[in-house]
Design a protein around this ligand. Structure first.
Ligand code: ADP
Ligand code: MG
Length: 347
C-alpha cells in the first residue's frame, strides 16, 4: 500500500479523473496544415462532457458532432426517469425489454452481479428513489422503509431469455446509472473511430476515455483528491478508460455523517470505507461498472478482486485518506510529481 501522506479538509466538489494539459499540445505535435484540434463541451448525463479530437480539420468537427449525437441517443435510452422510455415502462408496467442495446448492457451488468456476489446490482432503483437521489433533496429514510425496500431488490429477479428482459417480481425496478455512462462513452469512442479519428479524449465529468495517443506521446490523466482539487497523481495512458467516482459526487450530510449515492444492495445503506476510486480498463462500460462494484465491495475486497482481473487497475482513496493501488499501478501512478510514468493498454 502506498501511503500518499495527503490529508486535506474538504473544500468542495471535485471530480475523479482529470485531464491534464487538455489541448495545449497541438502546435508542437502536429503539422497544423493537416491536423486540427477540435474541442467541444456539452451538458449531458447530468454533467459536462468534453471531447477533444485531433485529426484532419475536415473530419474532426463532423466526428465530434456525430459522437455527441450518439452519446445523447444512448443516454436518453438508458434514462429510467423518462416516462416515455423503455426502462420506465419496464419498471412501472412490467413491459418486457427487447431493445438489443439495453439487453447487451443488462447482460454485462448481470455478469458483474454474479462475479461480485450481488455487490453490483442494477435493481437498486427503489433505494435510489427512497433516499431521494433522483431529486435535489436526498435525505435519510427511516430504517423500516429501507428494510421494506430490500424485499424488492435482487438481480436474481431479472431474467434474460431469447432476447427478452423480464422480471419475476413486479416491484423490481432497474437503474443502470452505475454502468450506462461508461457505455455511452464507449459508443462515442466507437463513432469517433468509425469516422477515422485515431486521437481523441472524452471527459464526462471525471470519467475519461483516452483514444489513441496524444500525438507522439500518451494522454496524461490525473487523479483528483476526493476532498479538494489537488491532483494526487497522474498516469499516461492510451486506449484506456479512467473512470472516477466518489462519495463527493452526490451526497448529503446528516448529523455529521456523509451519505452518498452508491448503495450496498444487502443493507440498503450507502457504502462506507472508500471516499474515491478511479478504475482503469480498456472497455469504458466495464470500467464504469467495476468502479461502482469496487465501492460496494470495499477497499480490501475491491482491490483484491481487481487484482485478479487482467488489464484492470484501481486507485482507491480510503475514508482515512490512504491511497491504495493495485500492483500494476505501483510504478505507473506518479504521485504529485511530473516525472516518469506510465500505464498503457492497446485495444
Ligand atoms: P456517476 O459516476 O455517474 O456518479 P457511478 O458510476 O458512481 O455514477 O454510479 C453511481 C450510480 O450507480 C448511482 O447513481 C445509482 O444509479 C447506481 N448504483 C448505486 N448503487 C449501486 C450498486 N450497488 N450497483 C449498481 N449500481 C448502483
Ligand atoms: Mg459506475
Amino acid at each position: 500500500m502506498i501511503k500518499s501522506g495527503f490529508r486535506r479538509k474538504m473544500v468542495g466538489v471535485a471530480i475523479g479523473a482529470v485531464v491534464l494539459f487538455f489541448g495545449a499540445f497541438a502546435a508542437r505535435s502536429y503539422n497544423m496544415h493537416r491536423f486540427h484540434v477540435e474541442k467541444q463541451t456539452r451538458f449531458m448525463m447530468d454533467t459536462f462532457v468534453t471531447m477533444v479530437v485531433v485529426g484532419p480539420a475536415d473530419i474532426g468537427s463532423a466526428a465530434i458532432k456525430a459522437a455527441f449525437e450518439r452519446m445523447q441517443e444512448v443516454s436518453d435510452k438508458f434514462n429510467n426517469r423518462d416516462p416515455k422510455g423503455l426502462i420506465y415502462a419496464f419498471n412501472h408496467y412490467g413491459t418486457p425489454i427487447t431493445d438489443s442495446e439495453i439487453l447487451f448492457v443488462a447482460e454485462k451488468a448481470l455478469d458483474i452481479s454474479r462475479q461480485t456476489d450481488g455487490a453490483f446490482d442494477i435493481t437498486v432503483e427503489p433505494l435510489v428513489e427512497l433516499w431521494g437521489f433522483y431529486g435535489d433533496n436526498p435525505a435519510l429514510p427511516i430504517d423500516a422503509a429501507i428494510k421494506a425496500c430490500l424485499q424488492h431488490i435482487g438481480y436474481q429477479h431479472l431474467i434474460i431469455e431469447k432476447g427478452v428482459l423480464t422480471k419475476d417480481d413486479p416491484a423490481i425496478r432497474i437503474d443502470m446509472g452505475g454502468i450506462a455512462k461508461g457505455y455511452c462513452i464507449s459508443q462515442a469512442a466507437a463513432v469517433l473511430r468509425e469516422k477515422g479519428i485515431t486521437s481523441a479524449l472524452i471527459d464526462a465529468g471525471g470519467d475519461v476515455y483516452a483514444l489513441g495517443r496524444r500525438g507522439q506521446q500518451l494522454w496524461k490523466v490525473g487523479i483528483r483528491s476526493p476532498r479538494g482539487n489537488d491532483i494526487l497523481g497522474f498516469m499516461e495512458v492510451e486506449n484506456l478508460a479512467v473512470m472516477g467516482s466518489g462519495d463527493y459526487e452526490r451526497f448529503f450530510e446528516h448529523n455529521g455523517k456523509r451519505y452518498h449515492h452508491i448503495f450496498d444492495p444487502r443493507t440498503g445503506y450507502p457504502v462506507e470505507g472508500i471516499s474515491g476510486a478511479t478504475l482503469l480498463f480498456a472497455d469504458p462500460m466495464l470500467a464504469d461498472a467495476w468502479n461502482t462494484a469496487v465501492f460496494v465491495l470495499g477497499k480490501q475486497k475491491g482491490r483484491a478482486v481487481v487484482e485478479t482481473l487482467p488489464g484492470m487497475e484501481v486507485v482507491i482513496i480510503t475514508d482515512e485518506d490512504d491511497l491504495m493501488v493495485t500492483s500494476g499501478l505501483a510504478n505507473a501512478l506518479q504521485i504529485n510529481t511530473e516525472s516518469n510514468l506510465s500505464i498503457a493498454r492497446r485495444p
